[in-house]
Design a protein around this ligand. Structure first.
Ligand code: NAD
Ligand code: AKB
Length: 316
């Protein structure tokens, strides 16, 4: 029987992944943790603990007491926030991963999931249809920590046989929990501001194309990867996944189809330089071949659902 620990369950991904994993493995077998309270659905629907992943003793206690077999470690400081506090963000992103990997080694856990990001790529990477294996010279604190993290995952897999799995998520778009300090967050904020204010002040330029993905595709991809046959996995550090590539202007035009009076203006800030260093689209042929991933949502379908769901939240 699998016993799963989620670290960072209150965040944009954790708030949805925790509920999906509970559906599959049973509520009592998915122990949700975060440094802050999560939604009532998570805290009341199964085991929940306040846990700082940097506290390795408490982490050890939680894992052994709950007889955990797999960890999904989602806690991190994302790209925008990391640029404001580089050293603190490096410490959190790296020390937390090393705590988890060491624990997995000591307690011989079955599997570890840790998300990487398109931020592992940098200005010298081919930007269009970025291949799985390519030049990686990130120039952001977050990207450097994700690339180092990928190397550690591969190291623990090769050296200690820990079954580490990872995805280089594109920018994720969702309506359940607002995004947490990233560069791709504009593509979530724009929906809230469209509904609350009828206008959006975008922090990226109108023609900045970035790889994005609707959350249901990311959750399905994550679970499929974790369930895939280990012997088929050829990219242990992190799989490229492709969803939808679009610019702020394209997203604006799509929202306007539903809200003709919606207005946007562009005031690029420090996050523009981060976005400019990232790919515009991703080649995920290795993920498709190794474990059969295909994204199901396009821009039109995602926009329709985002507007419908955020409207419901705005009136409740
Ligand atoms: P988020 O910021 O929304 O959530 C992170 C959660 O971690 C938060 O609930 C936070 O309270 C928690 N946390 C922070 N410090 C902690 C600590 N010391 N101990 C325990 N919990 C702590 O982030 P997210 O968007 O859900 O991202 C999750 C992971 O996926 C991160 O590793 C992120 O880099 C990666 N990722 C996310 C995206 C995206 O678009 N959301 C894209 C690529 C990669
Ligand atoms: C961010 O913008 O920092 C994240 C990511 C792509 O890793 N959404």
């Amino acid at each position: 029987m699998e016993r799963i620990l989620i670290i960072g369950c209150a965040g944009q991904i954790g708030s949805e992944l925790t509920l999906e994993l509970r559906k599959i493995y049973g509520n009592s077998n998915v122990i949700a943790t975060d440094i802050k309270p999560a939604s009532n659905e998570i805290m009341e629907g199964g085991p929940f603990e306040i846990l700082d992943v940097l506290d390795s003793n408490r982490l050890f206690g939680t894992v052994s007491r709950n007889k955990v077999t797999q960890i999904y470690h989602l806690a991190a400081i994302l790209s925008g926030n990391a640029e404001k506090k580089p050293i603190a963000s490096w410490n959190i992103n790296m020390s937390s991963l090393l705590n988890v990997l060491e624990l997995a080694r000591e307690l011989e856990l079955k599997k570890v999931f840790w998300p990487s990001s398109i931020a592992v790529f940098g200005p010298t990477t081919p930007m269009i249809n970025t291949p799985q294996f390519t030049v990686m010279e990130p120039n952001t604190v977050y990207g450097i920590s994700k690339l180092a993290g990928e190397r550690w995952l591969e190291y623990y897999y090769r050296k200690f046989n820990i079954d580490c799995r990872s995805i280089r998520y594109p920018g994720l778009i969702s309506y359940k929990t607002e995004a947490g300090g990233g560069t791709t967050d504009y593509a979530v904020e724009i929906f809230y501001d469209a509904i609350r204010k009828g206008s959006y002040n975008c922090f990226l330029e109108k023609n900045t194309f970035l790889p994005m993905m609707f959350m249901p595709d990311a959750i399905r991809g994550t679970i499929n990867l974790m369930e895939a046959d280990s012997s088929k996995l050829t990219a242990r550090a992190g799989y490229n996944l492709s969803g939808i590539s679009f610019s702020p202007n394209e997203l604006y035009m799509e929202i306007k189809k539903h809200m003709p009076d919606f207005k946007i203006n562009y005031n690029p800030d420090y996050r523009q330089a981060i976005a400019d260093s990232w790919p515009t689209s991703i080649d995920d042929s290795v993920a498709r071949k190794d474990w059969g991933f295909t994204a199901q949502y396009d821009l039109a379908k995602m926009t329709e659902i985002m507007l419908k769901e955020i409207k419901k939240k705005a009136v409740t």
